[in-house]
Design a protein. Structure first.
Length: 110
């Protein structure tokens, strides 16, 4: 269902819950799936994205950054694709240490 939901998001251009089509009315009490209310997320958000990521476009990431009300840090990591955040040998230096710094010293990094 995850892949199908991803395809639905691509086709609709909107960040909505899973589209059950004719079951939407029973599940959501509406004919189309409701959109996620990203504006209601108030916790601090730190976003990292890869410059070489083919799964999400920079336009969509920028739209997400503008929509979320409390983005504390946004970083485009050069030469990274979607999977590099998990498997790249340089991820510890380029991403994980920075994230740990935000966790360990949240007031310094606001």
């Amino acid at each position: 269902m995850q892949l199908e939901h991803y395809i639905q998001l691509l086709h609709s251009g909107e960040f909505r819950q899973f589209d059950y089509r004719w079951k939407n009315l029973a599940r959501y009490n509406m004919t189309t799936p409701p959109r996620y209310n990203l504006e209601a997320i108030t916790i601090p958000i730190y976003i990292y994205t890869g410059k070489e990521d083919l799964l999400i476009s920079p336009i969509d990431v920028n739209r997400l950054v503008r929509t979320l009300p409390n983005v504390q840090h946004y970083e485009l990591v050069r030469n990274y694709n979607h999977i590099d955040f998990t498997y790249a040998k340089s991820a510890r230096k380029n991403v994980y240490k920075k994230i740990l710094g935000f966790i360990e010293n949240p007031k310094e990094n606001q």
